[in-house]
Design a protein around this ligand. Structure first.
Ligand code: AFP
Length: 355
């Protein structure tokens, strides 16, 4: 038992007191935790829960939806609709944001979320997660879609749930990043990882290497140097991971360092990246930066981007600060043409990227 251990509710009361907005934010995060517990219960049933498999529909991303994608999305929508604290929600699974009228004007927040991230892993029993971001309704009240298009630095809170061997919630309200483990017997989230910190240095990177031929040269340069290991410029060997579940990658990075890359690639030149800015990159960037790491596109800080669309995609490079800064430097040197000495002549003669 965890007598005396801090529960999520007690933690939020301690971190968020002193204003009606902060009190409401604490209440909203408790509502999100209740939704996470419901999704954790569905996920834990596996194939026994009739939650595996696909349904005959695709989401706005053009992705075939898993049953658990839809069930998780409904769980979040119901939570926010009944909580009376939110006036609008934007979900990866919904084409358009949904306006929620609490009726008494109390909906001071906007909630953006990926209800089930990594859903290609559900049927093979690998960790999946939920990602959430909380914004303030702009001064002057709701006007429409543009209310949601706030830069990541405006977030009031962000975090994720990871449905792994243990169910955990990791979140920030702008005062550090903190991890809570679900005590299933009691049904409480217990503060088990206060003040999580991303080590500044690392020897572990995460990227889908099957896309290598489509990456821009600075990413190829970085990954090739990691693979070359101790006999090359990095002077040490690196390890690689790829779980295809951003939540699991980010959690590992928070626990032991590392760098996660889903860069822009030329597989689909029209697509600036795979991951979505508003409900994946921004919340994860906030969580990582509050733990001392850095989140970037390779050319700009994620939290400083001015959003243009709800489902906008961006390149994502985040994790240990020293590695992200190195990758940004490689992008800068490539863009201003000073990386000649490092980049294989191939890229300047017959490269996919030849201008
Ligand atoms: P799904 O939710 O469609 O499985 O996508 C997960 C994800 O958005 C992110 O969590 C992973 O890091 C990334 O996609 C995996 O992409 P690849 O399947 O291209 O490796």
């Amino acid at each position: 038992m965890h007598q005396g251990r801090t529960t999520l509710s007690k933690f939020l009361i301690q971190q968020l007191k002193g204003s009606p907005e902060q009190n409401d934010l604490a209440a909203l995060l408790v509502d999100i935790a209740a939704c996470v517990k419901a999704i954790a219960a569905m996920t834990a049933k596996g194939a026994l829960g009739a939650t595996h498999g696909e349904i005959d529909s695709t989401n706005v991303q053009g992705e075939t939806q898993k049953k658990l994608d839809v069930l998780s999305n409904v769980a979040f929508i119901n939570t926010f609709s009944m909580g009376g604290l939110v006036s609008g929600i934007a979900s990866e699974e919904n084409d358009e944001p949904l306006d929620i009228d609490p009726g008494d004007g109390s909906g001071r927040f906007l909630a953006l979320f990926d209800p089930l991230d990594g859903s290609s892993n559900i049927d093979v029993n690998v960790s999946v997660g939920s990602i959430f971001s909380v914004l303030r309704v702009p001064e002057g009240g709701r006007t429409g879609l543009r209310d949601y298009l706030q830069p990541g630095r405006s977030q009031l809170a962000a975090g994720y749930a990871i449905y792994g061997p243990a169910t955990m919630m990791v979140l920030t309200v702008g005062k550090g990043t903190h991890g809570f483990t679900l005590d299933r017997e009691v049904g409480n989230f217990i503060l088990t990882h206060p003040d999580m910190t991303v080590p500044a240095a690392t020897s572990e990177f995460a990227i889908n290497a099957s896309n290598e031929r489509f990456w821009e040269p600075p990413v190829q340069r970085y990954v090739n140097e990691c693979k070359a290991g101790r006999n090359d410029v990095r002077g040490r060997d690196f390890n690689m991971r790829w779980i295809a579940s951003m939540v699991a990658e980010v959690h590992r990075i928070l626990m032991r360092g590392g760098v996660f890359l889903y860069p822009r690639d030329m597989k689909d030149p029209g697509m600036p990246g795979r991951l979505r800015l508003m409900y994946e990159a921004c919340p994860m960037g906030f969580v990582i930066e509050q733990a001392g790491g850095l989140g970037s596109t390779g050319r700009a800080r994620l939290l400083d981007l001015d959003p243009e669309a709800i489902h906008q995609r961006v390149p994502v490079i985040l994790g240990s600060r020293e590695e992200v800064e190195r990758i940004e430097r490689y992008h800068h040197e490539y863009d201003n043409g000073t990386d000649q000495q490092y980049t294989s002549p191939l890229f300047h003669e017959r490269s996919l990227f030849a201008s």
